[in-house]
Design a protein around this ligand. Structure first.
Ligand code: HEC
Ligand code: HEC
Ligand code: HEC
Ligand code: HEC
Ligand code: HEC
Length: 444
């Protein structure tokens, strides 16, 4: 009798999954799956043979998991509990049309959820000679975690099926053996394996680092965290502590399970003003009274890695302006902090050779903007000096920090920028200051 019920239960569960596949997150199937489980929770939990399996591995649509893990699914697909925002994106200065997420996606979706449908990376990859080299992180196969101390982070394997779904729940949770990894010992309708490493940074390492550590290069986030932050003793936080804020609730709403500590599946990063605004602090000082020598401090106080981290496309600009007593801008200066595309500084002199390589567009557009300032490492206080040429008088110095998601479209396009820092300082410059003349003659 019990055995028969288990079979029925398992059929119902599988039917639920099929239904979801065919029709998206239908209410009907949620009810079937949830009720059939709730009717006999203990037998479902003990019968290994009746457990749900996920033969499609990382290609399993996230809707399948969302049937039972409702709040997590809502965070994942709609960014509830965060301030994510995906606006229209301009690809390059000459673009006439802007790229927007498809109508099915919420403009506050998480980056992982839309990794297979976000039109920007799709277009960017389309230009390259070896687009599959890009694709591996945007929709990979199920993987085992790398060793936390490994010198080189290998790339994950490229997934063939259901690429449109991008990074699915299964991408991070299904092991190569087909079980679900998680932090708790639970009774679930699918097989689970407790792996405490899911609460550590190695869970993110594969897609958020590429190759060996090269200071200044793009796609180094995990290595930056490990070498500059954790091992340097700057802090104990894992990626999850800053990018998956915690709350207490049931993991699966319709099941007789206790409340547990859960991590919000929102991953605020470059598309979250709150996350960006906490990264850097900005201060201005006048090194010597009466002299026009100004010093700007851009300090990484909030990120467990370099800022900006990740893709070479990101940049932070520091803009400094000196205003006269009347409010006119009498001098200005500008710095760009950005990750290098390759393992050397971006530099205009490499553009010709880039155009013959495997990623001609990605590499040449980066080199065309070089040389530029390097990214600000975890804990670093970057000190920038500037000696504007100013007649004696009183001035206001104004500085702003701007984060740009895509440094390769024009600066005038503000749709992908966030102002993340601001500072002002009143200064007095005295007439005939020797210091000024001397310093201007030999700038550092
Ligand atoms: C039929 C309902 C159902 C479906 C479908 C489902 N789960 Fe679960 N899952 C549960 C229940 C119930 C638990 C146990 C919750 C508890 O005890 O707090 C659970 C637990 C988990 C856990 C925690 C495991 C641990 O060891 O900490 C993870 C992670 C998880 N599920 C992920 C997934 C993923 C990913 C999918 C889709 C591939 C999925 N689930 C599909 C019901 C479901
Ligand atoms: C399977 C590969 C993969 C894994 C594992 C992964 N990520 Fe990501 N992550 C990506 C990709 C790809 C994107 C960018 C998707 C896009 O914008 O198209 C991304 C985007 C992000 C962003 C948002 C960036 C933005 O532009 O807003 C954050 C934050 C982030 N990931 C943090 C994490 C953390 C923390 C972990 C570990 C718990 C993790 N990721 C695990 C591949 C992955
Ligand atoms: C980018 C990787 C990634 C994706 C995608 C992802 N998860 Fe998770 N998930 C994690 C990590 C990391 C943890 C552990 C967080 C912690 O406790 O530090 C986790 C934890 C969980 C847990 C256990 C409770 C908790 O929060 O610790 C459940 C249940 C879960 N995830 C379900 C899902 C479901 C359902 C989806 C899809 C809607 C999903 N996950 C998508 C990385 C991911
Ligand atoms: C102490 C808090 C903290 C820790 C720990 C931390 N981050 Fe971040 N992260 C931030 C802040 C602040 C930002 C915004 C500034 C920036 O983009 O660099 C950010 C930004 C990001 C972005 C956005 C990049 C983009 O291009 O949009 C990604 C991806 C990311 N972090 C991944 C990770 C991963 C992976 C880890 C662990 C290896 C991690 N973070 C550890 C605070 C943290
Ligand atoms: C090692 C993994 C990896 C590889 C390889 C990779 N990416 Fe990404 N990509 C990411 C991650 C992670 C992000 C999320 C933001 C970040 O970390 O800065 C991202 C973000 C992006 C974005 C910005 C998306 C947005 O909406 O903000 C674009 C565009 C992009 N990648 C294009 C490419 C192209 C083109 C290539 C190949 C030349 C490539 N990627 C190769 C991991 C990778």
């Amino acid at each position: 009798m019990v055995g028969k019920r288990r079979v029925v239960l398992s059929l119902l569960l599988r039917a639920g999954v099929q239904l979801v596949r065919a029709s998206g997150p239908a209410i009907l199937c949620c009810t079937i799956v949830a009720l059939s489980y709730a009717a006999e929770p203990s037998s479902a939990a003990t019968a290994e043979s009746s457990k749900m399996v996920f033969p499609d591995g990382a290609a399993t649509p996230s809707e399948v998991c969302g049937v039972c893990h409702k709040a997590t699914y809502k965070e994942f697909t709609q960014g509830t509990g965060a301030d994510l925002h995906w606006g229209a994106m301009k690809l390059v200065p000459s673009s006439t049309a802007l790229m927007e997420l498809d109508k099915k996606s919420s403009p506050s979706a998480t980056a992982h959820h839309i990794a297979g449908s976000d039109p920007w990376p799709i277009q960017a990859r389309g230009f390259e000679r070896a687009p599959n080299e890009c694709n591996v992180c945007h929709f990979p196969e199920a993987f085992s975690y790398p060793d936390a101390a490994v010198a080189k982070i290998e790339r994950p394997a490229l997934r063939a099926a259901n690429r449109e779904s991008g990074i699915t729940c299964a991408s991070c949770h299904v092991t190569p053996e087909g079980k679900i990894r998680g932090p708790y010992v639970v009774d679930a309708p699918h097989e689970t394996v407790v792996d405490p490493r899911i609460q550590t940074s190695v869970a993110c390492a594969y897609c958020h680092s590429d190759g060996t550590r090269i200071v200044g290069k793009q796609t180094q986030t995990f290595l930056e965290w490990r070498d500059d932050f954790k091992n340097a003793g700057l802090g104990q936080q894992q990626c999850q502590d800053c990018h998956m804020p915690k709350t207490v609730r049931k993991l699966a709403e319709d099941f007789p399970v206790p409340d547990r500590v859960v991590s919000r599946h929102t991953w605020p990063g470059g598309h979250s003003f709150q996350r960006l605004a906490s990264a850097l602090s900005l201060a201005i000082t006048q090194s010597k009274e009466g002299a026009s020598r100004l010093t700007f401090h851009v300090t990484n106080i909030g990120a467990g890695h370099s800022v900006p981290t990740g893709s070479n496309r990101r940049a932070v600009y520091l803009t400094a302006e000196v205003l006269s007593a009347k409010g006119d801008i009498v001098a200005s200066n500008d710095w760009m902090f950005a990750p290098w595309m390759l393992g050397r500084p971006d530099d205009k002199k490499h553009v010709e050779e880039d155009l013959k390589g495997p990623n001609p567009i990605a590499t040449s557009q980066a080199d065309m903007q070089g040389p530029h300032a390097t990214i600000i490492r975890a804990g670093e206080d970057r000190v920038l000096d500037w000696i504007p040429s100013l007649p004696a008088g009183e001035y206001a110095v104004r500085a702003t920090l701007t984060y740009d998601l895509n440094r390769y479209n024009d600066r005038a396009f503000k749709g992908d920028q966030f102002e993340i820092g601001k500072a002002t300082l009143g200064i007095k410059v005295s007439a005939g200051s020797d210091v000024v003349a001397e310093e201007r003659a030999s700038p550092q």
